[in-house]
Design a protein around this ligand. Sequence first.
Ligand code: 2M8
Length: 442
Amino acid sequence: NSGDSYPIRTLEELGSRARDVLAANDIGTMVTAAPNLYPHMWSWDAAFVATGLSTVSVARALQELDYLVAAQWKSGMIPHIVFSDVPGYFPDVDRWGTRGVAPEGVQSSGICQPPVHATMLRRIVERATAAGGEDARLAEEFTRRTLPHWVDWHAWLRSARGGDGSGLLTIYHGWESGMDNSPRFDGPYSRVQPGDMEPFVRTDTLKVTDHSQRPSDEEYGRYLWLVQQMADVGFDDARLPAVMSFQVRDVFMSAIFAAASEDLAVLAEQFGLPEEAPQLRQWAREFRDGVDATVDEETGLARDRDVLTGEWIGPPTIAGFAPLVSTADQALLDRQLEIFEGPDWTGDPRLAFPLPASTSTTYEGLKPRQYWRGPVWPVMNWYLAHCLRRRGDRKRYHQLCEASLAQLMEGHFGEYYEPFTGEPLGSMDQSWTAAVALEWLA
Ligand code: 2M8
């Protein structure tokens, strides 16, 4: 897509380039997460991509969610990757070993990702309803038809991953959090000891040739070992707690679940499943409280918990702002916003743009070029801003919008950005970056 003039000069041009990126990554059945590095559908990427697409075509946006929902497992789990036939990504479906476990005809991974779907669907429905006509009709038809699937997805999360009374969801792989190598997981991963497994060759480092932007080989060994542990028990939810050597109560995913359960309750009331709403609202309350209870009095940030050691997880990462997504406690919200805008986060004067990095910029473990260890992620900026706007905070939405658009004008739709220089890193033409550019412009 790239065109030949960088940086982009006008917002119109930014929008048209973003649409080009999504069109170029559209292989018909799905919009792949990125053209080269990620030639498949990722669960939470697809939700963000759908909302971006809905600014162009509601029909195409719903098709994206439809394709994802068609891959739902019998248990209710929505898998984190739905594979296309494009080769070149590792681990592929064979390495996952999900054939025979995943539904007939579906090629998928065997883990999940953060449940942003209901929140994004609500956004699409609101946009389509405002537009009226055919868009409104399609959104209503889609929502009525797929609601039971989204409810099953939330019920699976609550029962298979969140039934221990903590009000937090447990993940069995860092990939489930979506923030793969965040320092949040260094402690839990340090206790994962890979045993005998098939050798493997990474493909990500063939594509992102500056390897310092990706996780290390040692980290990948642990990632693959966890896949092996799950495959050995046939991805049986009931057996995972006894075998997995990585188990973390993920605070950010839990906040997303709380917010999305509320959004799903609203959709259920509007589109023919009102009897599900009380249960969904109950889950929203339970997980909102679970998230609030993790906040460290001293730092004001929310924390994950290592299930296997019972320890709180300390590093100051963007996940610490989980209450911005879900809390109903005004004092907590105010404190979090003060930290968010303070010198350790968006108020750090060294930043290229006042946007939240994936770890605090004053954290000693900050790696400003490495994936989830420091770079700024455009998709996170928009998601957090969206959550603030939902609370009625238009001022902060507009501040984040202005900073994000300024960042994106460099024109590459990077997967992530160096916080101090604004250099695009990881994959270029990343779909969810283009999608949130369209949301900012909408
Ligand atoms: C990254 O994760 C995948 C594994 O799931 C990878 O590195 O191969 C993460 O940033 C994740 O959050 C994202 O959904 C995925 C696709 O963009 O890439």
